[in-house]
Write a new protein. Structure first.
Ligand SMILES: NC(=O)c1ccc[n+]([C@@H]2O[C@H](COP(=O)([O-])OP(=O)(O)OC[C@H]3O[C@@H](n4cnc5c(N)ncnc54)[C@H](O)[C@@H]3O)[C@@H](O)[C@H]2O)c1
Length: 426
C-alpha cells in the first residue's frame, strides 16, 4: 500500500478521495495546509482516521510516507516537487509543473537524479473522449496527426470569490493569459506522443470581466504550436462567456472529435476515419460513439472519472507497473513550455518562439537563469507583467467585494460546494 501525503486541502480533496476508493492500493497518511480553516475542515472530514495534519510543509515532509501529492498553488509546484524528489519521495504534481524555464531545468534534473516517479496531473488527458482518442490514435485509426484543436474555456466569474478569496496576489489573479495551457494543449500532446518544436502566442485583450473579478491578465490565451512532424495544434484557454471543453484531431486517414461540452465532460466521440475507402455509409469507423465512464465509482470522480485514472496510474507506476499511463516530467514540459513561451511571443509582437527539448542536457544551460514569469519572488529583475499591455490598475475595493462575497458564501455552505467544484468526489 502506497503511503501518500497531500499538500493543499482544496483540490487535494480529490486525491484524498482516490485513496479511499483505491481498494487498498493507496492510503493518505498526512495532509498539510497552512490555511488553518482549510486544515480544520479536513480534520473534521477525517475525524477518527489515522491521518496526521500539518500546517507547516517543513514538518509534513518529515512524515513517514512514500509519495506526495502537490495540490498547492499552481505557480509554486516546482520548488516543492524538487524538495520532495531530493528527499526520495515520489511526486504527483497538480497543474502547472513550474512557472519559468529555470525551474523546468531544475525539476527535470531533480527527477532524473532521484530515480523516483514524477507524475504530472493533467487529468484532462484521461477524460472519456481524449482517453479513447489516444487509444484509437495509437491503433492508427486516423493515421498520422496533421492538425488538432483543444479548448478549455471556463467563465469563472461566478466562482472567482471561492477560488481567489479576495487575495490580490492569488496566482489566478497574477497569471498571464497563456499560463494555464495544459488542459487544452495536454491531451493533444498525449494523444499524438509528439514533441512541440515552436509556438506563436495570442492574448485576448478585452479583459473587463477579468478586471471586475480582480484578475490582471488578458481574457484568454492561444498557442499555435508546431509539432516535430510538422502538424499544427491550436490550443485556446481562459475566459470567454460560454464554457467549452472540446478536442478535435485530424489525421492522414480521418478525424476524431468530441462533442463540445459546456458543463464539464463530453461523453460522445465522433469518428470519421478512412472516409475515402468506399465504404463510408456503413463503415465501422464512422459515427458517434458513447464513451462515457461505465464504472459507477469512477464516474463519481471529478472531470468524467479522469481524477481517478490519473492518480491510479501514479500509484501503479510506483508499484512497478511499467506501462502505467503517467505523464512524466519531460511530457509535462512538452505540455507547459509552449504556453510559457507563447507569452514571450505575445510580448514580442507575435514572433514564433522555438520550444527547446530539455531532454537533452546540452540544451539546458541556456535556460538555467531564465526566471522570467509574473511571480516577483521568483522572477526578481526578470519580472513580466501579467498583461502584455501593462497591468491594469485594480482598486482595493474590487478585492474587498470579492472577499465579502467569499465570506458570505462560506457562511451559507457554498464553501463546501466550491471545494467540490474543484474536482472532488461528489
Ligand atoms: N486538474 C484540475 O482539474 C484542477 C482543478 C482545480 C485545481 N487544480 C489545481 O490544484 C491546485 C490547487 O488549486 P485550488 O483550486 O485547490 O486552490 P488554491 O491554489 O487557492 O489552493 C491551494 C491550497 O494549498 C495551500 N497551500 C499553498 N501553499 C502552501 C504551503 N506552502 N504550505 C501549506 N499549504 C499551502 C493553500 O492554503 C490552499 O488551501 C492548483 O495547482 C490548481 O491549478 C487542478
Amino acid at each position: 500500500m502506497v503511503k501518500i501525503g497531500v499538500l493543499g486541502g482544496y483540490r487535494g480533496t480529490s486525491m484524498i478521495n482516490y485513496c479511499a476508493a483505491s481498494s487498498g492500493k493507496a492510503k493518505v497518511v498526512a495532509i498539510c495546509d497552512n490555511n488553518p480553516e482549510v486544515l480544520e475542515r479536513q480534520k473534521k472530514i477525517h475525524d477518527g482516521e489515522d491521518i496526521t495534519f500539518y500546517g507547516d510543509f517543513n514538518d509534513f515532509i518529515e512524515h513517514d510516507m512514500d509519495a506526495v501529492v502537490l495540490a498547492n498553488y499552481a505557480n509554486e509546484h516546482a520548488p516543492f516537487a524538487i524538495r520532495c524528489l531530493k528527499k526520495g519521495l515520489h511526486v504527483f504534481s497538480e497543474v502547472l509543473p513550474c512557472q519559468c524555464m529555470a525551474e523546468a531545468v531544475e525539476l527535470i534534473e531533480a527527477a532524473e537524479e532521484s530515480g523516483k516517479v514524477y507524475a504530472y496531473g493533467e487529468n484532462y488527458c484521461f477524460m472519456p473522449v481524449p482517453r479513447e482518442m489516444r487509444r484509437l490514435y495509437k491503433e492508427g485509426r486516423i493515421g498520422e496527426i496533421e492538425y488538432a484543436e483543444g479548448e478549455y474555456i471556463h467563465n469563472c466569474e461566478s466562482i472567482w470569490p471561492s477560488i481567489t478569496y479576495g487575495e490580490r496576489d492569488h496566482w489566478r489573479n497574477r497569471m498571464f493569459a497563456t499560463f494555464y495551457c495544459t488542459h487544452s494543449l495536454g491531451p493533444m500532446i498525449h494523444i499524438s506522443g509528439l514533441r512541440p518544436v515552436s509556438v506563436v502566442g495570442f492574448e485576448g485583450t478585452k479583459n473587463e470581466r477579468r478586471i471586475r473579478s480582480g484578475s490582471f491578465s488578458g481574457q484568454f490565451g492561444i498557442e499555435m504550436v508546431t509539432l516535430e512532424n510538422g502538424a499544427i495544434l491550436k490550443s485556446i484557454h481562459g475566459d470567454l462567456y460560454t464554457n467549452s471543453i472540446w478536442y478535435a484531431v485530424y489525421g492522414s486517414k480521418g478525424r476524431m472529435e468530441a462533442d463540445r461540452e459546456a458543463a464539464g465532460v463530453s461523453d460522445t466521440l465522433y469518428l470519421n476515419a478512412d472516409r475515402y475507402s468506399g465504404e463510408y455509409s456503413d463503415h465501422p469507423d464512422v459515427g458517434a460513439f458513447d464513451v462515457s465512464e461505465k464504472n459507477d465509482v469512477i464516474r463519481r470522480f471529478g472531470h468524467g472519472g479522469s481524477d481517478y485514472y490519473i492518480m491510479d496510474a501514479f500509484v501503479d507506476k510506483i508499484n512497478g507497473v511499467d506501462n502505467a499511463d503517467v505523464i512524466d516530467v519531460y511530457e509535462a514540459m512538452d505540455m507547459f513550455i509552449p504556453g510559457l513561451l507563447a507569452y514571450r511571443s505575445v510580448l514580442n509582437g507575435g514572433a514564433p518562439v522555438a520550444v527547446p527539448d530539455l531532454r537533452d542536457p546540452a540544451v539546458r544551460d541556456k535556460y538555467r537563469d531564465d526566471r522570467a514569469c509574473c511571480d516577483p519572488k521568483v522572477a526578481k529583475e526578470q519580472l513580466l507583467p501579467s498583461f502584455s499591455k501593462g497591468n491594469p490598475d485594480i482598486p482595493d475595493s474590487v478585492y474587498d467585494e470579492i472577499k465579502r462575497r467569499w465570506e458570505a458564501e462560506k457562511n451559507d455552505g457554498a464553501y463546501v460546494k466550491a471545494a467540490m467544484s474543484q474536482g472532488s468526489l461528489k
